[in-house]
Design a protein around this ligand. Structure first.
Ligand code: XMP
Length: 514
């Protein structure tokens, strides 16, 4: 989709780059991320309303420091440099950047020097901003003035109003910068003149037209897992092409208690979708029998899924497209933040299938962040509780039963998980948690019930707060809730005599246990 108003963010490898894009979109302005070395011809094609240069882990004087194309400043679009971006601007216009003796990291108070500057309009004096840098500007570039400073950074923000080039040493995009969003708004709306038309409603309208144009009379196949992304995609496509959308929901036997039935029921009651409900529980459980290794489990589940799905798809004629709920974070080609990123867990999807079946991919959410998909789901009338459900991994309970998967273990975990989640809802804290679930450990411990000694399973509870699942912290529970969850699980779930709570953050732990 070509957007009439785009703020282009050039990524120099900051861990916050995606956050800049998200914050701008929250202002209802479309923004996209590209690598810092995107060619000037490509940038011209995008015709950005404004350009933001992100932070980055390097020093502008490092030999391998990512450089900026000088012509970016001649596009006629305003430019805002953040941290490394500010230093690039300084270096480009004849300023001087030096390593600081002490790296400045953390909160600082922003003293406004030029109150009337358009970048700082309505920003209160001495609000907290977030600093994280090793270099700082020691000599101002030509044509620029200092518009704000902090105790340790005499050059905390600069401006050249005539050229519409700005820079901040701090990070306005992070939540710790109290008035950061106002500064971004000043840039995007005030300085770049964006009209704030990036809304769920507009997206839906334009996307429906686009889908109709691409698909025409062809049929589209969609794997409806019941997760937010595939569910919202199903409803959107259904609105666009009606009967020509065929949704296949595969029950792999690894879902939560009654989940599969609940999903199908929700769609049948609220939407007129074409859903094929495939009961493949036995296929998966047979294939997983005796398997203990988590990566092997994932591979088997991915492979079995493709077999089942393909067999189902063959029953229909005229299918030309496969729809997937791919999100923007999966397609951004950003600069890796220092250090090679390694695959820690293989996430399976329907990869390989489109080629094999000779289908074209349809990815209506390729340019969206998760929150935006949720907003679109709400706008399309999906129930609020459904949209707000915690993420659930494709391999489901298979990676939450450590060791071998058996019917008995699945049953125990389902019951425990159900009690846990119910308690979170009752306590009114479900929405404060990013993801919560129970894990069944492959060990037995001793307990006592009545006068008898027991030797039974352990359930571990996990609950984390997170923004995107990349990093996470364990949720600080009120003790009463933990107490009540633990009591109920031990009392009601046969085969469990001990409950523990996981207090590990990610990193170094991961969210799932396998
Ligand atoms: P980890 O455990 O890697 O999880 O910290 C981060 C997020 O990804 C989910 N997850 C998966 N999702 N297939 C998926 O579709 C998988 O194999 C998988 N493994 C982890 C996890 O639930 C969390 O939201």
């Amino acid at each position: 989709m070509k957007h009439s108003e785009t703020i282009l963010i050039l990524d120099f490898g900051s861990q916050y780059t995606q956050l800049i894009a998200r914050k701008i979109r929250e202002l209802n302005v479309y923004s996209e991320i590209a690598r810092y070395d995107l060619s000037i011809e490509e940038i011209r094609k995008i015709a950005p309303l404004g350009v933001i240069l992100s932070g980055g882990p390097t020093s502008v004087y490092d030999e391998n420091a990512p450089k900026i194309d000088r012509e970016i400043f001649e596009l006629g679009a305003p430019v805002l440099g953040i941290c490394y971006g500010l230093q690039l601007i300084s270096a480009r216009f004849g300023g001087e950047v030096r390593p600081a003796e002490n790296r400045e990291y953390g909160k600082a108070k922003l003293e406004i020097v030029e109150k009337e500057n358009p970048l700082l309009k309505n920003v209160t004096n001495n609000s907290v901003v977030w600093m994280s840098h090793g270099d700082y500007v020691t000599k101002l570039p030509e044509g620029f003035s200092v518009i704000a400073r902090t105790e340790n950074s005499p050059v905390a923000a600069i401006a050249n109003d005539d050229a519409k080039i700005y820079g901040t040493q701090f990070h306005p995009e992070v939540a710790h910068s109290e008035e950061g969003i106002k500064i971004l708004e000043n840039f995007v709306v005030g300085i770049c003149g964006a009209n704030r038309t990036w809304t769920a409603r507009n997206f839906i309208r334009e996307k429906i037209d686009e889908i109709r144009e691409i698909v025409r009379e062809g049929k589209v196949l969609l794997a409806l897992s019941g997760g937010v992304d595939s569910s919202v995609a199903a409803v959107l496509l259904n609105k666009a092409i009606g009967e020509n959308l065929i949704c296949v929901h595969v029950d792999n036997g690894l879902m939560r208690k009654d989940e599969s039935a609940r999903i199908v029921k929700m769609f049948n009651e609220n939407f007129n979708l074409n859903i094929i409900h495939v009961d493949a529980r036995r296929n998966f459980l047979e294939a997983l029998r005796g398997v203990e290794n988590p990566e092997e489990k994932r591979k088997i589940i991915g492979k079995t899924f493709i077999e089942v799905f393909e067999a189902e798809a063959k029953k229909f004629d005229g299918i030309k497209f496969l729809a997937q709920g791919t999100l923007y974070p999966d397609v951004i080609e950003s600069v890796p933040v220092k250090g090679a990123s390694v695959t820690i867990k293989t996430h399976h999807n329907v990869g390989g299938l489109p080629d094999k079946m000779n289908l074209r991919l349809l990815e209506p959410f390729r340019e969206l962040f998760k929150d935006e998909v949720r907003a679109i789901g709400r706008e399309l009338g999906l129930p609020k509780e459904f949209i707000g459900r915690h993420p659930f991994p494709g391999p489901g309970l298979a990676v939450r039963i450590l060791g071998e998967i058996t019917d008995e273990r699945l049953e125990i975990l389902r019951e425990a998980d159900e009690i846990y989640i119910e308690e979170l809802r009752t306590a009114g804290i479900y929405d404060d948690i990013w993801q919560a679930f129970a894990v069944l450990l492959p060990i037995k411990t001793v307990g006592v019930m009545g006068d008898a000694r027991t030797y039974e399973n352990v359930i571990a509870l996990r609950a984390v707060t997170s923004v995107d699942g990349m990093t996470a912290d364990w949720f600080r529970f009120p003790y009463e809730v933990l107490e009540s969850v633990s009591n109920k699980i031990i009392r009601k779930v046969k085969g469990v005599n001990r409950v523990v709570y996981d207090v590990s953050s990610k990193p170094p732990a991961t969210i799932e246990w396998e």
